[in-house]
Design a protein around this ligand. Structure first.
Ligand SMILES: N[C@@H](CCC(=O)N[C@@H](CS)C(=O)NCC(=O)O)C(=O)O
Length: 216
């Protein structure tokens, strides 16, 4: 039975799953939820994921949410390619990098910047001290991940789940840098990360996963 993938454009957690489905070559039916229409709160989606979050998948009647759990499941059902390749140590390192994206780059850096740039009630002044601290975290983390590159990607010359997790965060650094001057992120990307991001963007399936509302 085909796999159904519930996605929301702009969700970094969902983006990592979409890129992974493509890399693994798993056939899927895409269902895009609209956050502005609150599709995630509608009964038909709550029946899939009671936590009303994307990503979620349904495979052979089995519903699964939480992006990391989904990535590991997809890796196990994939016939040939691997998202978590290599021996136990290599696979553990890929998982570690994914956790580091969330615990450091996202929670302490991009998360607060996102809150300041997109979620502030109109008329409320930006919290400059919070922005400055979060921007320093992003800069330090991008430097850290630049040193984690091993060849063309984070774990060798082929992309893994870690590359897709990091890419979805780095895409926000690029987007906020270009469209939200308050974040001060423009010009903060290390060359090694910019070059790595260009390699992800050159993957043959990348373009269709790009959030349509980010174009132009
Ligand atoms: N820990 C979850 C986070 C998923 C998540 O936060 N999804 C957000 C979009 S980025 C969402 O669907 N929010 C809608 C809601 O909470 O109603 C994962 O890794 O999958």
């Amino acid at each position: 039975m085909p796999l159904t993938f519930f996605h929301g454009h702009g969700s970094p957690y969902s983006w990592r799953v979409w890129l992974s489905l493509e890399l693994l070559g798993i056939p899927y039916e895409l269902k895009v939820l609209s956050f502005s229409d609150k599709d995630q709160l509608k009964p038909e989606f709550l029946a899939v994921n009671p936590r009303h979050q994307v990503p979620a998948i349904v495979h052979d009647g089995f519903a699964l949410w939480e992006s990391l759990a989904i990535l590991e499941y997809l890796d196990e059902i994939a016939p040939a390619k691997k998202l978590f390749p290599g021996d136990a140590k290599n696979r553990a390192r890929v998982r570690r990098l994914i956790h580091e994206c969330k615990s450091h780059l996202d929670d302490k850096g991009l998360g607060p910047l996102f809150q300041e740039a997109y979620m502030k009630p109109a008329g409320e002044a930006p919290d400059e001290a919070r922005i400055s601290k979060a921007r320093e975290v992003v800069i330090a983390e991008l430097g850290y991940f630049a040193k984690q590159l091993q060849g063309h990607f984070l774990a060798g010359d082929a992309p893994t789940a870690a590359d897709f997790a990091l890419y979805a965060e780095v895409a926000y650094v690029k987007r906020m840098g270009a469209t939200k001057p308050v974040t001060g992120l423009a010009g903060t990307m290390p060359k090694a990360i910019a070059d790595w991001a260009a390699r992800v963007e050159a993957l043959p399936y990348f373009d269709k996963t790009f959030p349509p509302h980010w174009r132009g």
